[in-house]
Design a protein around this ligand. Structure first.
Ligand SMILES: Cc1cc2nc3c(=O)[nH]c(=O)nc-3n(C[C@H](O)[C@H](O)[C@H](O)COP(=O)(O)OP(=O)(O)OC[C@H]3O[C@@H](n4cnc5c(N)ncnc54)[C@H](O)[C@@H]3O)c2cc1C
Length: 93
């Protein structure tokens, strides 16, 4: 917080007049390659993944939901190529 305040005040001096009342933090989950997993399980029947969105999950939710729905309904995506999001690029499943 101290470091961020220091940088922010340097570039936006007027913001130094603002009092910070509280802050919070949490875990941002990322995959090893920073690319989400939107995929059918390679190992388990009827298991689908949409995870590992890190700090982009809200903005990606519409596309991820559409891709996942298409995969579940049709077995593959009709509109969005998502091979790069496959769980099979990892060995941890
Ligand atoms: C500080 C911060 C800032 C962010 N800022 C942005 C931003 O500006 N723009 C953006 O696009 N994204 C942002 N994100 C990322 C975004 O919030 C997430 O990517 C998104 O919420 C992920 O959605 P999700 O549904 O995949 O997972 P989640 O929202 O994490 O939902 C998972 C749900 O599963 C539940 N759950 C977990 N385990 C179990 C279990 N065993 N049984 C039952 N339920 C379970 C959890 O309680 C939770 O409700 C931010 C994230 C953080 C932490």
């Amino acid at each position: 917080m101290r470091k961020i305040a220091e940088y922010t005040c340097r570039y936006f001096p007027k913001i130094c007049l603002v009092n910070v009342l509280r802050q919070w933090t949490g875990i941002v989950y990322e995959t090893p390659d920073n690319i989400p997993i939107i995929s059918k399980s390679g190992k388990y029947e009827n298991l689908w993944y949409a995870a590992g969105f890190g700090t982009r999950g809200i903005t990606l939710s519409a596309g991820a939901g559409k891709a996942l729905a298409e995969m579940v309904a049709y077995g593959s995506t009709k509109t969005i190529p998502i091979e790069k999001f496959s769980i099979e690029r990892f060995i941890f499943e």
